[in-house]
Design a protein around this ligand. Structure first.
Ligand code: HEC
Ligand code: HEC
Length: 338
């Protein structure tokens, strides 16, 4: 009799735990669907892909000829060996003075509709000349850029190969560089292998962290989808005082005050320090900032509230963020033609 009741209790417990695990598996399975990578890079109709444009755009991207002193290229700040940023809190221009913003990564930038920390730019073509002609950045004029490139036979050939009329113009420079930038992609990370079914690709702590990311932490409300960004703007409690972010462009909007673009979290472990002003030194400090719940003010995003994460939950979240680091991709840096 005793053994029988014992057996029934043991079976009940077993069935209950199997059901719990099955439920967890189902939840994971449905979450995983949100994280599948798109099959193709989106190229705009008015600037379609061509191999000649990518080649020219890449050469231009790595060429310091686009800066006043001839020492700063796009890649000085968007470094391929640093996940396409520079590891500095604030970017440093051609005149060796610091800018007001941190260099953002360029991985998966083809999918962003609004560019820059405040979304001032709406296409990769449109943003290209902003750093080139900014006096605090590369400090060149459009005229001088065109003149310098026109005097180099390899560039004359490169523009002829990439464009029907072969003209060296601002529009063609923009199109070539933008086409190259669309090829800058994140690579498969342990997280992707797990999403694709390899249960051992990430450990138990990271799997718990994934559930916190999508649950208690509500991180996925903004870092959504396979690229871990909604491409939108929020006040999470980093900016202070006159650092208005997108609010500067929309002065009547309360919610856009102190709001900056949600960055992708792919490769995020490689990109310390963090945030638009480089003010948060480590991922641990980022997690603590979210746990605190931002700054209570009218612009604070709805979902930013104190989270009450335990030390274990913080460790799990960190373990998950580290699974987003892709395999290194060696880049053959072109020699600037002269
Ligand atoms: C001195 C460092 C520096 C140089 C050089 C530089 N950038 Fe940037 N880049 C930045 C900073 C800082 C931002 C953020 C600007 C903003 O938010 O307004 C940025 C933003 C961008 C973005 C938007 C990314 C996003 O996620 O929204 C693109 C694209 C970009 N740069 C491309 C280029 C290209 C192309 C060149 C060369 C023609 C270049 N950059 C040169 C520092 C630099
Ligand atoms: C309300 C939207 C929102 C939520 C929710 C949110 N984030 Fe963010 N996240 C942002 C924005 C916006 C930034 C950039 C803020 C800035 O630079 O001022 C950011 C920046 C980051 C950064 C720094 C990335 C970099 O390249 O500098 C990390 C890491 C990060 N978030 C992780 C998380 C985690 C983990 C959670 C959940 C605990 C979370 N985020 C929840 C919007 C959000």
């Amino acid at each position: 009799m005793f053994w029988k009741i014992g057996g029934i209790i043991v079976s009940a417990i077993l069935i209950f735990s199997v059901a719990l695990v099955a439920n967890e598996q189902l939840r994971l399975a449905s979450l995983r669907k949100d994280y599948v990578r798109p099959a193709e890079i989106p190229y705009p109709d008015d600037d379609p892909y061509s191999i000649a444009k990518v080649k020219l755009g890449k050469t231009l991207f790595f060429d310091p000829i686009l800066s006043a002193t001839g020492t700063t290229s796009c890649a000085t700040c968007h470094r391929p060996d640093r996940s396409w940023e520079d590891g500095l809190a604030l970017a440093v221009g051609d005149n060796r003075q610091a800018l007001k913003l941190k260099t953002p990564t360029l991985i998966d930038v083809a999918w962003l509709d609004r560019l820059g920390w405040t979304g001032r730019f709406h296409s990769l073509e449109q943003i290209t000349f902003a750093p080139i002609v900014s006096s605090s950045n590369m400090n060149m004029s459009e005229k001088d850029v065109v003149a310098r490139l026109s005097s180099i036979p390899d560039y004359v050939r490169g523009f002829s190969a990439a464009f029907d009329d072969g003209a060296i113009t601002r529009a063609h420079i923009e199109e070539a560089i933008a086409t190259y930038e669309r090829s800058i992609l994140s690579t498969d990370a342990p997280f992707d292998r797990w999403i694709n079914g390899d249960e051992n690709a990430i450990d138990a702590s990271a799997k718990r962290g994934f559930l916190i990311f999508n649950g208690k932490g509500r991180c996925n409300e903004c870092h959504s989808g396979w690229a871990f960004t909604d491409g939108s703007f929020h006040d999470i409690g980093v900016a202070k005082d006159q650092d208005m972010g997108r609010g500067q462009l929309f002065p009547t909007s309360v919610k856009l005050r102190h709001a900056f673009k949600t960055p992708t979290l792919r490769d995020v472990a490689l990109r310390a320090p963090y945030m638009h002003d480089g003010s948060v030194p480590t991922l641990e400090a980022v997690i603590d900032l979210y746990d605190k719940g931002g700054i209570a003010r009218p612009s604070r995003a709805e979902v930013i509230r104190p989270l009450g994460l335990s030390a274990g939950e913080k460790a799990d979240l960190l373990a998950f963020l580290k699974t987003l680091t892709g395999a290194p991709q060696p880049i053959a840096v072109p020699v600037p033609p002269r």
